[in-house]
Design a protein around this ligand. Structure first.
Ligand code: AMP
Ligand code: MG
Length: 424
């Protein structure tokens, strides 16, 4: 049954979010800024495009010269020169004259329209080897036809990108088109990752009897990267006070420390004890399943600095669901973001899900579209050690605290995960 020392999921998240802070700005090359938040408005120093230019390959003309042009009776105009993108022409157009022009080339002085090649007799002239110092215009051109105006995209002095907006590829392109090689963005948090347990062996090493491979370091570090943080692997701490203290010390030079394991009630679950010595614990049980034992607090990091510490449970699925629920929002907040929620949808579950002790259950499901709506299929046995149930899942179906049994066919809210891409 529900025990009062378990705090609700929302309260746990709120305590975490009030403890972590938005990080300071850094200035760096724009290509390294994708996904980060702008720390200051970006103001255009000049117009874009910087000059009127042609939107087509064709002939720059005076629109008035073409008003009687038709397929049957082309208007013939003298071609006095040519201008390509990247060059300017010193020639000035006067009535009865045209300049051959390429897409992106600055519009010559005097011109007010561009007639594309297809509406001229250029191809026939070339085929029939006729002189190219004349061109037949075969359709009237309105003023401004195929002309891209100076400043039509961005005006000098305009705020083009706002402080606090996330830089996506188009925004990186806008910065580049303003000639800015660098941008000021909220820096990425560095998160130390520490796994605990005498049984753990790092991937790539031979396994001794009784050992298992450490997977949490990798799922946590990969998730940190997915959120936009920088994972710093501290390694594996043993289940003794001195070993853990030493490892935690190594992880203090970061914006947050995430440990896994050692927070339940077993004889060797010493993370709580170490934390009590090295900092303060805010809570260590949350009313959720999997993931009840999860510690949160702060650690003294030296020099008066204090860093948040999230002690995730050791079971691989529990550590992933608690990361999703608590570590991800904390990292997003440090990055300056204000929206932490995942997309959700309502999906009918394919099996009963029991909720026998009044916690909020996050069941691993695979969501798919059916003729009757969204379907959420449980991804096999739901034990908190069964990591493949997580790798097969693209969502977490939520059974509320006060619902003792969600029946097959019931519609549950499903919180989609990163790998839910493409299902919509
Ligand atoms: P603990 O929370 O330390 O009691 O661990 C709970 C369970 O999770 C135990 O079966 C551990 O062996 C397992 N476990 C703890 N840490 C890891 C890890 N880093 N990788 C894989 N399994 C782990
Ligand atoms: Mg352990």
């Amino acid at each position: 049954m529900y025990k009062p020392d378990m705090i609700p999921v929302e309260e746990a998240l709120e305590r975490i979010l009030t403890t972590v802070h938005v990080l300071e700005p850094e200035v760096k090359p724009i290509l390294d800024c994708t996904g980060q938040l702008l720390a200051a408005d970006v103001v255009a120093g000049f117009d874009i495009p910087p000059h009127d230019n042609s939107a087509m390959d064709g002939f720059a003309v005076l629109a008035g010269d073409t008003s009687h042009a038709s397929q049957k009776q082309p208007v013939y105009i003298d071609v006095i020169g040519e201008v390509a993108a990247g060059y300017t022409s010193s020639l000035k157009l006067t009535t009865g004259k045209a300049i051959r022009i390429m897409t992106g080339a600055p519009l010559p002085a005097g011109a007010d329209a561009v007639v594309q090649f297809e509406n001229t007799d250029e191809t026939e002239r070339k085929r029939d080897k006729k002189p190219l110092d004349k061109i037949g215009i075969m359709e009237p051109a309105a003023r401004g036809l195929n002309v891209r105006l100076k400043g039509e995209d961005i005006r000098a002095g305009q705020v083009v990108l706002k402080k606090g907006s996330t830089l996506y590829p188009a925004d990186i392109g806008v910065l580049a088109s303003l000639g800015q090689a660098q941008a000021a963005v909220i820096r990425r948090p560095v998160i130390s990752v520490l796994s605990t347990g005498d049984e753990l062996c790092p991937a790539g090493q031979p396994l001794a009897p009784g050992q298992i491979y450490d997977s949490n370091t990798y799922t946590i570090a990969a998730n940190i990267a997915m959120c936009g943080g920088i994972a710093r692997i501290t390694g594996i701490g043993k289940d003794t006070l001195p070993s853990l203290q030493e490892k935690i010390r190594q992880g203090l030079d970061a914006d947050m420390l995430i440990t896994s394991g050692g927070v339940s009630k077993g004889d060797y679950d010493v993370v709580k004890d170490v934390l009590a010595k090295m900092g303060t614990i805010s809570f260590w049980t949350v009313r959720m399943k999997p993931g009840k034992p999860i510690a949160f607090g702060t650690l003294k990091a030296g020099g008066g600095r204090v860093i948040p510490h999230l002690g995730l449970p050791g079971n691989p699925v529990s550590s992933m669901t608690t990361f999703e629920r608590f570590a991800r929002p904390a990292i997003l907040k440090m990055l300056g973001k204000t929206a932490y929620s995942r997309p959700t949808l309502l999906a009918a579950i394919d099996q009963d899900i029991a909720n026998d002790d009044g916690r909020r259950v996050y069941a691993r499901v695979h969501v798919s579209k059916t003729a009757g709506g969204w379907k959420a299929s449980l991804t096999g046995p739901q034990g908190s050690g069964i990591l493949t149930s997580m790798s097969a899942a693209n969502g977490l179906a939520i059974v509320p605290e006060d619902c003792p049994l969600a029946k097959a066919g019931d519609k549950l809210t499903v919180q989609l995960l990163d790998n839910a891409e493409g299902i919509l």
